[in-house]
Each structure stands twice: as C-alpha cells, then as structure tokens.
Design a binder for this molecule. Structure first.
Ligand code: ZN
Length: 304
C-alpha cells in the first residue's frame, strides 16, 4: 500500500512530508504504457502531487499541476485530491532519453524541457481558482517544485523526488520527500537541513531500501513528530455517463458523421486511458434529442 507521512521536526521549525508511491506510479505507467523516461517524469509529478493534495484544507478542493517545457515529452498534467488520490498523463509516453554523460541514467530534464512553465491551479470549490506559475528550472521536477514553493508560496523547501525503473520497466520504487522551513525556523535549522540534504541518498533508493515513509523520516530527524498518515492511490473519476453528456452536446452534424462513417464512437479518457464505446443507436438518440429540442425552441419563438 502506498502511504504518506506528514509531521514536524526540529522543534516544529520544519514540516516534513514523505510518501511512498511505488504502486500508484506502477498503475499509471501500465495504464499509459510509459517507457522509462516518461514513467520517471510522470511518476515524479504524481508523487509531488500526492503531497500537494494532502496539503489541501477541504475535501472539495483539488490541485491541477501542468508542466510544459516544450521538450519531447509534451504536456504533463496531474490532478491531486484531498483524499490522497491522483491521476495524470503525458502527451508522449513513449519518450526514452538517457543522459549524455551516463547512459544508465534517465534524462528527465531533457525529456520535459526547460522552455516553459510549471503551473499549479488550486480549485477551491465555489471560489475562483488560484493559479500560480513559475518558469521551469531544470525540468527534473524536484528542482522545479522547490523553485515553485519559494517563488509562489515564499516557503524555502527541499524537494527530493525519484522513480526507480527496473530492467523489465516495472517500477521498483517511487516517492518524494518535501522539507519546508516554517517562519519560526532559525539560521541553525536551515544549516541542519542543508547538512542533511547534502548527505541524503536519492529518495527512490531510500524508499527501495526502507519502504515505510514514517521510518524514513524518523531516520532523518531524531525528533520527528508525526501528525498523520494518509493512504495514497491512482484514481480517475471518469465514467461512461460523464462522457455521454459531453458527447450528446456535440453539434448534431458531427454526431451524424460518426454515425455514417464509423457507426459509433470510442472515447478514451486521457487521464486513465479507459476506453468507452457508444454505438450507432446511442448517437442517433442524441441527434434526435437535439432535433426535438430545436423544434420546441422554434415553436416557442413562433408563439412569441
Ligand atoms: Zn479516466
């Protein structure tokens, strides 16, 4: 089970989030048939998304992360929710790039690109959404979110995120660690955190070795005070009915083309890759409903 631990350390002067996301990243990678570099990029963003989602104050709120660095990966979108669930996709899951100086390492930065932005949209239910964006720094995701927290939320943060892809392309380990300085943090606290980070192994390696986020943070900070744990998972709330509503509102001329040429229509959810099929009869029903509606409107207009 994927899990997140959040709490405070250094006498409450830093807040810490650590999550293990191996299973949900595996699910996302399988759903989208990602090759390793795309898997790492999407997995890293999903992992930070889990942490951002659990930072939300209300269960009706939602976070949308958009990353578009104009690299070969294209656009990457991740939705994160209060309950610890996430969903996401990349435009081109077949991107595969190794670092020039180390063919063993995936070049996520080059795949994502740096000629673009990291955008975070906080959908706060009834209120106007809060949108904030920063230019991408390295495209390696961790650095980009650290920059986002600094520029957008004025919170100095360490963001360590990683995905370990096995030889058979399955996900061996994935997760993220975020350490944020509270306003009460002293110069000494900053030094301690810098010292810790300088000696920290890659987070994916730590997760592969230790698995449990609570144990990981305890090993980093002697005085870790855990406030809560949260189960995490990949979840998409799409269903056939939701897409049917969208489909039924398409111009009837377009629906007629689908009826005449394809005798039906297939809709694929870009977030979870689920396919939904609508047969000819269903589409004809939408056309008829639109025609009946137009007829009624004409009658009403005629009477007026
Ligand atoms: Zn879906």
């Amino acid at each position: 089970m994927d899990i997140l631990s959040r709490g405070t350390a250094l006498n409450g002067n830093v807040r810490v989030f650590c999550c293990c996301t191996t299973k949900l990243v595996q699910e996302a990678v399988e759903r989208h048939n990602c090759l390793p570099t795309a898997a790492a990029a999407l997995g890293r963003t999903l992992s930070v998304g889990c942490i951002m989602g659990t930072m939300l104050k209300d269960k009706k709120e939602k976070i949308e992360i958009q990353i578009d660095g104009n690299g070969p990966l294209g656009n990457m979108v991740v939705d994160a929710y209060y309950d610890g669930t996430v969903r996401g996709f990349v435009t081109n899951p077949k991107v595969e790039l190794a670092k020039d100086d180390n063919p063993q390492k995936l070049d996520v930065g080059k795949a994502v690109g740096t000629n673009g932005v990291l955008r975070v949209i906080k959908d706060m239910s009834m209120k106007r959404p809060f949108i904030s964006e920063v230019p991408l720094q390295t495209g390696e995701i961790g650095d980009d979110f650290a920059y986002y927290y600094m520029k957008s939320e004025q919170t100095p943060s360490v963001v360590s995120v990683g995905v370990l892809v096995d030889k058979d392309y399955s996900i061996k380990a994935a997760g993220a660690l975020v350490i944020q300085m509270m306003p009460s943090a002293t110069e000494k606290d900053v030094q301690i955190v810098e010292e810790i980070v300088a000696h920290l192994k890659p987070i994916s390696q730590i997760i592969d070795e230790m698995k449990d986020p609570t144990e990981i943070v305890k090993a980093i900070f002697d005085d870790y005070q855990e406030l809560a744990t949260q189960e995490l998972g990949f979840k998409c709330e799409c269903n056939k009915g939701k897409f049917a509503i969208v489909l039924s509102k398409l111009p009837k001329e377009d629906l007629q083309v689908m009826i005449d040429e394809d005798h039906g229509c297939e809709v694929i959810c870009k977030f979870c890759n689920t396919r939904y099929y609508y047969d000819e009869k269903t589409l004809q029903g939408y056309v008829k409903a639109q025609m009946a509606c137009e007829k009624k409107q004409k009658e009403v207009a005629g009477k007026a």
